[in-house]
Ligand binder design. Structure first.
Ligand SMILES: Cc1cc2nc3c(=O)[nH]c(=O)nc-3n(C[C@H](O)[C@H](O)[C@H](O)COP(=O)(O)OP(=O)(O)OC[C@H]3O[C@@H](n4cnc5c(N)ncnc54)[C@H](O)[C@@H]3O)c2cc1C
Length: 355
């Protein structure tokens, strides 16, 4: 076993009580990006050589059975699962740092409460995996099964919440409709007088995307995968109807399979092989507070008919917006984009067209 790779403490990248408050947004970004050494052995082992401080000359293999493009949670998880199945000739290429895309901004919510049967079934499988994470990867990751509570203010919202109940019952997902009294029990102190009710699933919860990525990445490396950072794929190589490899600034890599796991950036990359993938970015925001002990054990709460909104602010330059945010108290905002596709609501699947 590689002595540099150790089980990773969960929540390594999140702010904990006692951490110094970051002074600038860049410091906040560094904290969110803090990555354990287990994800960086390649750099220290000399696989990448620094040129004039900034540019990296990366010695890539010329062939691989599977090339994965993108080192977010999807790409790294794919490398892990291929390793579990005994495939060792896996090369993952990430243009930035592992987890630097949407994954670093994710909330980590894991829920069954979807409206599409396939999504619910995927979550059932995923829940089993998250429970066994430590055993399967050798790394720690806290899957906090505290439940997910959706609340509604209107009858219309309540009707939406009731909509998929028959589906949950058929699939054996324990979901209950809850009244205000139960909501107060679940989230002590929450204002409920303006609510009609809610829907709660105790099996839902949340994890830490970067801790999960670190554990999956370390295990994938142990299984033989090469995870390379700073290696952007500039084009997919296509011969007739097949993608036969990828082009990078460090040379071409030929491969039997190419898995594109580039999230929001998928459409542009696939276009280089004349494949049209209808995915675009959808902006989401998140606000981070300091630790609030009274709220540490409550479920994740979402509003069905009126999402949390930031009041509109007059337009100003990006720079001054950042300053304004960072000069406020302990709550800080972050923005990120998630991939969306018209094929279905939440996950991306279905046919794509080639030209
Ligand atoms: C505020 C917010 C809250 C969220 N909350 C949740 C939640 O509660 N639950 C949940 O399940 N999801 C949530 N999400 C969504 C979730 O974070 C994303 O769906 C997930 O991280 C996407 O992972 P990915 O690996 O597909 O993409 P990414 O993490 O974006 O990874 C793609 C990677 O590909 C790399 N890349 C792109 N182009 C190239 C190229 N040409 N060559 C090499 N590398 C390339 C990028 O640098 C990037 O690292 C949230 C997202 C946001 C923004």
């Amino acid at each position: 076993m590689d002595p540099r790779i150790r089980p990773l403490p969960a929540r390594h990248a999140r702010r904990e009580e006692g951490d110094p408050r970051p002074r600038r947004l860049r410091a906040l970004d560094r904290r969110l990006h803090a990555r354990p050494a287990a994800l960086r052995p390649g750099l220290r082992a000399g696989r990448a050589l620094s040129l004039r401080g900034a540019r990296l000359l990366i010695d890539l293999p010329r062939t691989a059975s599977t090339v994965i493009v993108g080192g977010g949670i999807v790409g790294v998880a794919a490398a892990f699962f291929l390793g579990e199945r005994g495939e060792t000739d896996v090369l993952l290429l990430e243009r930035d740092r592992l987890g630097a895309g949407t994954t670093k901004g994710g909330l980590g919510g894991i829920r069954h409460q979807f409206v599409d049967e396939l999504d619910v079934r995927l979550s059932q499988l995923a829940t089993t995996f998250w429970r066994e994470f430590e055993e399967r990867t050798g790394s720690r990751h806290d899957f906090a099964e505290r439940g997910y509570l959706f609340v509604a203010e209107t009858e219309e919202g309540m009707a939406q919440l009731r909509g998929p109940l028959a589906l949950y019952e058929r699939l054996g997902v324990p979901v209950e409709m809850v009244d205000r009294i139960r909501i107060r029990e679940l989230v002590p102190g929450m204002r409920v007088d303006d609510l009609r009710g809610g829907r709660f699933c105790e099996r839902d919860g949340y994890g830490d995307p970067l801790a999960a990525l670190a554990g999956l990445g370390a295990a994938a490396r142990l299984a033989g995968a090469h995870l390379v950072e700073g290696a952007a794929v500039t084009a997919l190589l296509r011969e007739g109807d097949r993608v036969i490899g990828v082009r990078t600034a460090h040379g071409d890599v030929r491969s039997e399979r190419v898995l594109v796991a580039t999230g929001c950036w998928t459409a542009a990359l696939c276009a280089t092989a004349a494949v049209s993938v209808p995915i675009w970015a959808y902006r989401r925001s998140i606000m981070e507070s300091g630790p609030l002990p009274a709220l540490m054990k409550i479920p994740l709460v979402g509003r069905k008919d009126r999402p949390l909104r930031q009041p509109p602010t007059p337009p100003r330059s990006r720079r001054s917006r950042c300053r304004r945010r960072s000069s406020r108290g302990s709550a800080r905002g972050r923005r990120g984009a998630i991939p969306r596709s018209p094929i279905c609501g939440s996950s991306t699947r279905g046919p794509v067209t080639t030209r």
